[in-house]
Design a binder for this molecule. Structure first.
Ligand SMILES: [Ca+2]
Ligand SMILES: [Ca+2]
Ligand SMILES: [Ca+2]
Length: 497
């Protein structure tokens, strides 16, 4: 699963004097190669580890390190997403106190919204060289943000790690930002939880629950009106349970942010409907595991996107589970950008069907297989046929392709109406020949195909007799075809639907 990552953190600056968070590593692929739409992967010049030794790089993004050196006047020799997560605090030999978490989360959402960095979050003003060294902590601060959304269909996730004892994080939104009414958003999320006036909540230290509203709004509303379609954000959090204490849900901004920034949004859901109430969201939209949080004498349902990280083992487990869920969500939504293998095995018998889709050349493979199991349960598979190979074996002249022109007709130029010909446009003969599978026309005006079978993206393999409720009056012969197929004992038939 090709996923790009970026990292936000704080300036390593104590106290409540600094609002916001800072971009430490820009959105990027982190492995040795990176995918390219419609072609083979290429080398990633900003890989965070060596493809040959596996050793991690200390400065995989040297341009960002250099730019930060110029910006700050102190030398920056480290960079990278993983390197930052591994070593923040190391250079300064200390961690920052007082964490304004809602403000950092807001900065991360600004990045996805392509609103740009907030100068006050990064401005170094009159800081001394030693202070600058501490703030930057040996890593870049990136002040010029290129758009992190490469495709309008891109899935966006925020995964945070932190403790709930946060500080002074209500200086929001940044000046000039009119894209969100944070109080209204936070109060609406509170209303869904049955809490009044959540925007005025604090658990001390001048903190608040604004990140709950921010997460809710970014999850349910289009964050990018400038891009086609709806872009939203799913929020995940690992709560490190400071002092081994779990704050119950109504006092836990991470619990609420992951619940309202991660539930499944049903078609037609209106995020700001005045009729929304604590019964609007069913449990099944945010709590599918049955897990409960029983630490600190609590018994809360664990939102699917909220994880506990109160020990190194728990932290590892929480992160693994978070990434598993992120990958599955990205895969579900990204079937147009990645290769998915979709096996379908019959509940009885030994037939198996496999549909694969290769976005590198927009072709598919559809295989009928026989599967058997050894005494130890290990499967062995024999491919009986592959539709892509069978189709490649046909010539353009002996393909079965039909269309409609006052009745079903073979798809040839002479059978088309004037209107159909006009719709197909110029170079008609060659275009039809190419569509019928003529390979000699590839590499010129027309795209080269690895196979003639096109990409099967939104269809699934279905096995069994035809089940559509077609009437013979409109589809003459269908009922006879259906009866014949029902009587067939050959279940090695598969259709796409
Ligand atoms: Ca603040
Ligand atoms: Ca804290
Ligand atoms: Ca949009």
């Amino acid at each position: 699963m090709p996923i790009r990552y970026s990292a936000f953190g704080y300036y390593n600056q104590d106290g409540n004097g600094r609002n916001g968070g800072v971009l430490r590593a820009r959105m990027k692929f982190i492995g040795p190669t990176q995918p390219v739409a419609g072609s083979s992967p290429i080398n990633n010049n900003n890989s965070e580890w060596s493809a040959t030794t596996g050793i991690m790089e200390t400065n995989p993004d040297p341009l960002d390190a250099t730019a930060a050196s110029t910006f700050s006047g102190v030398s920056i020799a480290n960079s990278g997403v993983m390197n930052y997560l591994n070593k923040f605090g190391n250079n300064s030999k200390r961690y920052k106190s007082n964490d304004p978490v809602s403000e950092m989360y807001y900065a991360a959402l600004r990045y996805l919204r392509n609103l740009g960095n907030v100068d006050a979050y990064t401005n170094l003003g009159n800081a001394s060289t030693n202070e600058k060294k501490q703030y930057l902590d040996g890593f870049p601060v990136i002040v010029n943000w290129p758009d992190p959304i490469a495709y309008s269909c891109q899935q966006n996730f925020v995964l945070g790690i932190g403790d709930v004892n946060t500080h002074a994080d209500k200086d929001l939104p940044a000046e000039g930002d009119t894209t969100i009414d944070i109080s209204a958003a936070t109060n609406m999320a509170g209303k869904l939880e049955g809490i009044n006036n959540l925007s005025t909540y604090t658990s001390g230290r001048s903190n608040g629950f604004y990140m709950v509203g921010l997460a809710y709004d970014a999850h349910t509303k289009d964050i990018r009106p400038d891009l086609p379609g709806k872009q939203t954000v799913n929020t995940y959090w690992v709560d490190v349970l400071e002092n081994q204490k779990y704050e119950a849900k109504n006092n836990n901004q991470f619990y609420l942010a992951t619940k309202y920034g991660g539930f499944s949004v049903n078609e037609g859901f209106n995020p700001y409907s005045t009729g929304n109430s604590s019964s609007t969201l069913s449990d099944s939209t945010w709590w599918t595991t049955g897990d409960r949080i029983t630490i600190s004498n609590q018994n809360d349902k664990r939102p699917d996107n909220y994880f506990l990280g109160n020990s190194p083992e728990q932290m590892k487990l929480g992160l693994e589970r978070a990434f598993e869920k992120i990958v599955s969500e990205a895969a579900k939504a990204a079937s147009t950008t990645i290769s998915l293998s979709t096996p379908y095995q019959l509940p009885s018998g030994n037939a198996n069907y496999k549909v694969e889709y290769d976005p590198n050349n927009w072709t598919s493979s559809l295989e009928g297989q026989l599967i058997s199991y050894g005494s130890d349960g290990s499967p062995s598979v024999t491919t009986e046929w592959n539709a892509a190979t069978l189709l490649d074996g046909r010539t353009a002249a002996n393909r079965y392709i039909v269309t409609w022109n006052a009745g079903g007709v073979v798809f040839t130029e002479s059978n088309l109406s004037a209107e159909q010909k006009s719709a197909l446009g110029s170079d008609l003969s060659n275009k039809i020949a190419y569509l019928r599978g003529n390979r000699t026309l590839e590499n010129g005006t027309y795209r080269k195909r690895s196979h003639l079978l096109g990409d099967i993206v939104n269809s699934k393999c279905a096995v069994g007799p035809p089940s559509q409720k077609f009437w013979d009056i409109h589809n003459p012969g269908y009922s006879q075809f259906q009866r014949a197929q029902k009587q067939s004992t050959d279940h090695r038939l598969c259709r796409l639907q």
